[in-house]
Design a protein around this ligand. Structure first.
Ligand SMILES: [Zn+2]
Length: 112
């Protein structure tokens, strides 16, 4: 049976949940404050993650330190996520993605 971890968007607490079925998954709530606004966390063992996974982990309510941005793949994730949260259209998302990709190039040079 899979165990999923969630991060509460309201209070930041981590909730672990034994998921019995897909229907139960819809009822997940924060064990600390009861909020249902949770983000699914991904296994620390999953070394190779897709851009989509990384994107889903970004916490747009919190700033990240320099260490985080030394991994150039993390640069711009915030912006990419934010623009989706705000419901930007596909063209705007594409433009933001382009800016981000360029910024990543430049950032990775900074740390070389
Ligand atoms: Zn909470």
């Amino acid at each position: 049976m899979p165990i999923y971890e969630y991060r509460c968007k309201s209070c930041g607490a981590k909730t672990s949940l034994l998921v019995l079925s897909l229907s139960r998954q819809a009822e997940v709530e924060c064990q600390a404050c009861g909020s249902q606004d949770l983000t699914r966390l991904f296994s620390a063992f999953a070394y190779h993650r897709s851009e989509g996974d990384r994107l889903s982990e970004v916490d747009t309510g919190r700033a990240s330190g320099d260490e985080y941005y030394k991994d150039s793949r993390n640069v711009g994730l915030w912006a990419k996520k934010r623009v989706r949260e705000l419901g930007a259209d596909a063209e705007t998302q594409r433009q933001v993605d382009q800016v981000v990709d360029k910024a990543r190039d430049e950032t990775s040079k900074l740390f070389e």
